[in-house]
Design a protein around this ligand. Structure first.
Ligand code: HEC
Ligand code: HEC
Length: 323
C-alpha cells in the first residue's frame, strides 16, 4: 500500500509542479505588454526561472545617486529623526552617534583623516548625503533592512546630519533639498585617473611564468608608453629632455594629476620648497622613496627596474618644468 502511494504521489506532484510553472510563464507573457523588449524565446532557456515583473525590478532598483536621481517623494525633520533614532538606532550607534561597543561611529572625527587612526564618519569621510539616505534605507536598522518608509529615512538622514553639525535642529530634509546638503569631505573624492588593466591571453610561445618578475602594481601611463621595460623603450627623440621619457612613462601616472598627494608637474608652489633641498637630496628621495602625511612616494615611484641615472634624469626634468 505504501509503495503504491509513493509511486503514485511522485508523478502526481511532478505533474502539478509542471502545470504551475506552465501557468506562471503564461501569466508573465500576458502581463508583460507589447513594450517589453525581452526576447521571449529565451524565457525558460534552461527550463528555470521566469521573467522579472516591473514590480520585482522596482524592489531592487532603490539606489540613490549623488545628483538625487532615485530619491522618492517625501520628507522628514531632525525632530522626527531624533525620536526614530532613539528608538531604532541609538542602542547600536550611541545617543550622539559615538557608537556603542564596536558598532560604527556615525558622527565626529572631522580633521582626523590624516591621523594614524582616522575616524571615518558620515561627517568626516563620506562624500554625499545621497549615500547616507541610500545606506540607511537599504541596510538599517541592521536587523531589519528596508523596513523604513521614505519619510522615516529622510528624518533619520536629517538627524545623522544634525549629529554631525551639518544642519540646524529645525531642518527638514526632503527630495527637493537633499542635494543642497554638502558633506565636508566631498571635494576629496576624485575620479581615479589610472587606466584599467587589460591584457590578451597568451596561447603560444608564452614566457615561463616563473621567469616573469613583477616589479610594480602601478601600471604605466598607456597614453605615453608602448612598453613597460625601460631597456626596450625607443631612444628619446632629439631635442627632448633626457628625463622626459622616463617621466612620462613612469612618473606622470602620479605627478601629472597629483594622484595620492604627489606634487604636480609645473606646480611651482608645491615644488619650490622641495627643490630648495637641492638636487642631490631630491634625487635621493626619489630613489629611496619618501613619505609624509600628504602621501607616499614609493622608491623610484614603484619601478625598481629603473636605474638611478634614469630616476635622476626624471627628477631634473620635473625640476626644470616646475620652477
Ligand atoms: C543592531 C545594531 C544596529 C542598529 C539597530 C542600527 N545599526 Fe547602523 N550599523 C550597524 C552595523 C553593524 C553597521 C556596519 C555594517 C557594515 O559595515 O556592514 C552599521 C552601519 C551604519 C552606517 C554606516 C556607517 C559607516 O560609516 O560605515 C550608518 C549610516 C548607519 N548604520 C545608520 C543607522 C541608522 C540610521 C539606524 C537606525 C535606523 C541604524 N544604523 C541602526 C548596526 C546597527
Ligand atoms: C605612485 C605615485 C608616484 C609615482 C609613480 C611617482 N611619484 Fe614621486 N612622489 C609621489 C608622492 C605622493 C610624493 C610626495 C611624497 C611626500 O612628500 O611625502 C612624491 C614626491 C616626489 C619628489 C619630491 C621629493 C622630495 O624630497 O620632496 C620627487 C623628486 C619625485 N616624487 C620624483 C619622482 C620620479 C622621478 C618619479 C618617476 C620615476 C616619481 N616621482 C614617481 C608619488 C609618486
Amino acid at each position: 500500500m505504501s509503495r503504491f502511494l509513493k509511486t503514485c504521489l511522485l508523478p502526481l506532484s511532478t505533474f502539478m509542479l509542471l502545470t504551475a510553472c506552465g501557468q506562471d510563464a503564461q501569466n508573465n507573457t500576458g502581463t508583460s505588454g507589447a513594450n517589453n523588449e525581452f526576447d521571449n524565446s529565451r524565457v525558460g532557456h534552461y527550463g528555470l526561472g521566469s521573467r522579472a515583473t516591473p514590480e520585482q525590478i522596482a524592489g531592487w532598483d532603490i539606489d540613490i545617486r549623488p545628483d538625487g536621481a532615485g530619491l522618492p517623494e517625501g520628507s522628514g525633520s531632525v525632530e522626527d529623526g531624533e525620536y526614530l533614532y532613539e528608538d531604532k538606532c541609538a542602542h547600536c550607534h550611541g545617543t550622539f552617534g559615538e557608537g556603542e561597543g564596536r558598532h560604527p561611529v556615525l558622527a565626529g572625527g572631522q580633521g582626523s583623516l590624516k591621523d594614524a587612526r582616522p575616524s571615518k564618519t558620515v561627517g568626516s569621510y563620506w562624500p554625499y548625503a545621497s549615500t547616507l539616505y541610500d545606506y540607511i534605507y537599504r541596510a538599517m536598522p541592521f536587523t531589519q533592512p528596508e523596513s523604513l518608509s521614505p519619510d522615516e529615512t529622510y528624518a533619520l538622514t536629517a538627524y545623522v546630519l544634525y549629529l554631525n553639525e551639518l544642519v540646524e535642529d529645525d531642518f527638514v530634509l526632503s527630495r527637493d533639498n537633499l542635494t543642497d546638503v554638502h558633506l565636508p569631505n566631498e571635494g576629496n573624492f576624485v575620479p581615479d585617473p589610472r587606466p584599467d588593466t587589460a591584457n590578451t591571453r597568451c596561447m603560444e610561445n608564452c614566457r615561463d611564468p616563473k621567469a616573469i618578475k613583477i616589479m610594480s602594481e602601478v601600471a604605466p601611463n598607456p597614453a605615453s608608453t608602448k612598453t613597460m621595460s625601460p631597456d626596450k623603450t625607443e631612444s628619446a627623440p632629439e631635442n627632448q629632455h633626457p628625463g622626459q621619457q622616463t617621466y612620462q612613462q613612469f612618473c606622470s601616472i602620479c605627478h601629472a594629476s597629483g594622484v595620492a598627494g604627489a606634487p604636480k608637474l609645473g606646480d611651482k608652489t608645491a615644488w619650490t620648497p622641495r627643490i630648495a633641498q637641492g638636487i642631490d637630496k631630491l634625487t635621493a628621495n626619489a630613489i629611496n622613496g619618501i613619505s609624509s602625511d600628504g602621501g607616499i612616494m614609493p622608491p623610484k615611484g614603484g619601478f625598481a627596474q629603473l636605474s638611478n641615472g634614469q630616476v635622476g634624469d626624471a627628477v631634473r626634468f620635473i625640476m626644470e618644468a616646475s620652477q
